[in-house]
Design a protein around this ligand. Sequence first.
Ligand code: ATP
Ligand code: MG
Length: 209
Amino acid sequence: ERQINMAQAKAKVGIMGGTFDPIHIGHLVTAEAVRIEYNLDKVLFIPASNPPHKLQSLVTPAIHRYIMTILATYSNPYFLVSALELERSGPSYTVDTVRALIDCYGASTELYFITGADAVKDLPSWQNIDELLELCFFVAATRPGSISYIDQVIKQFGTKGRHSIQRLATPELEISSTDIRERVKKGRSIKYIVPESVEDYIYKEGLYR
Ligand code: ATP
Ligand code: MG
């Protein structure tokens, strides 16, 4: 009987999109918190090939970001890395990625798109955001009682679409890839902010110097 129930349960897949230049502990802690809270079967990390918001700045070649994402997630059996956006040319729009995932997993799978506070702020400018909100759940991992614009965005989209944006209270570590790149450039330590394997890879490949 238990097996039948499990077979009937909807599959739940988390999506963690990002530039991951480089991936850091903030991404990993957040993804794991959402996985546990929403009882997800797995979390897909999807490095962006050509992030639409970052066209102007210089982004590290996708192959490095992809490899670092694999290294960082390797020890977690629930974490997987998808090359979906890397195999597609042109800018990566989340809506295209989510459509592709629905084609792949089928409509009965529930998708949970995971974002941090800064991504929530940008949400109104995302391509086809209304459709996106129909296609997947959104989980905004933010600090409890943090900045009110996040609540405003949640309110703005909260009633739209099939799914509303849900907020999950997380410690939201004060870590960003930008800060890590600057630290490497200045020769400062990045120990414990990125997994050791990622730290080793950055130095071995001479990234961010
Ligand atoms: P950059 O500084 O280059 O913008 P980043 O650290 O913001 O990099 P991204 O790859 O841009 O990392 O972010 C991917 C996703 O991870 C986004 O949804 C972002 O909000 C979230 N995120 C980034 N840093 C953190 C953090 N410290 N805690 C929780 N979520 C985070
Ligand atoms: Mg960012």
